[in-house]
Write a new protein. Sequence first.
Length: 464
Amino acid sequence: MKSIFTYILIICLLLLNLTVNSQNETSDLAPSWVTKRPVNSSKFVGIGVADKASGNNYQGEAKKNALYDLSSEIKVVISSNSILYTVQNNNQFNENFNSLIKLTNTDNIEGYRLVDAYENEKQYWLYYELDKQEYENQKAKKKQHTIAKAVNLINISFVDEKDGNFTGSLKKRIQAFGILSPYLSDDVSFETTNNVKNIIELSNTIQKQLQSITVTTGKVNQVIKPYQPSYTPVLYKLILRNKNPLVDFPFVVKSDNENVKIFEEATSNSLGDIEIKIKHVKPLNQEIYFTLNPDIDKLMNGDSVSRSSIVLLKQFIETSQLKAFANVSPISIFVNCIEKNGAKINDQKIIEPLVLSKFVGEEIKIVETKETADFIIDIDAATFKDISSDILKDNYSIQLAFLKIKLSLRNTATKELIYNSEISDIYGYGNSQETAGLNAFQSDKLKTKLNESLFFLKRKLVVY
């Protein structure tokens, strides 16, 4: 019994010894920087780890994490008198700005070196460091080069402005702002040919330039008609303070009224004209306006300015919204109706009331003169003796007349014929031609055919 106990004790001691040796081996294999972060007064340290189970790019993930860690040691201190605080001091803006600085630091860190790497079955580790003095030297050199590049763009922008190249001038100033944006936390100052000495003055110059744009409607007020099958774009002219047209410049366009739907992008042409394209308009019979805002994103699309820099610029500048006014008014129609019974004018006016009843509503109004109408409806209705009338008269003492109606729609301004139709095959009987003709005007078939023709005519005017 004693020998068995001794045997079990020996086995337990051996297992304990193996466990201790295994732990010592693991501790010896993993470098100290994995378990305890190194502290170096002359170096920035970045350590990153990635799980191998996360995918094939775990090495790249570990490097990205290490550089983020390295950048977190490079503190960006924003002083209370910095340009950032003189512009706008609120939590959301500062949060966005700090995120921008962090990303900028990560993307632009240079001079770091790989100190060590370690991996086990589950994880991959990287250890980078960056000499603090070398970083400061590179940072100062890069800052000087960046400022010089921005100053050159600013100087050229004033040459463009003098030459009347508004868009080229503005784009260069925005590019300069984007180049300088990583240094917004510094009190950066520089010298240019036109006394722009810092980022604040540069943003003020951009703002004043944008505020020099004005919009005019020209000599004729813009009028929009509701429920159109297709809409003619509304035209405005964009001019600068020096009276030159603003050419090839993009805008974001908004409607002030929910009953007017438009395409929200528009660009001025080589003459400074800008077309606002309309999707749909409901009847309003009132003045409305569109707001035009310079589309900086589209203007700088394809240029070397980051999206984050443009977002930041919009925090610095305030541009007054341009307003382009228009009137939404009903479609005006003049109805010219001639009704004849044989050779005589039919004073009973049977067809005209039927036509007018089809154009009742807030989207259409009937006017009294052609000159004030957008469209003219011409109706020529007349009765004629039918070829078989004499036979009927001789045999049955009854005469036969037929009614023919010509219906057309024209654009008053352009004289364009928009719709044209002819209604026939309508007959009336009576003991005289006059009575037969009057009966033709009273035919139910007339109402049916006229309503059908007027339906298609109205579709040329309005689409609900």
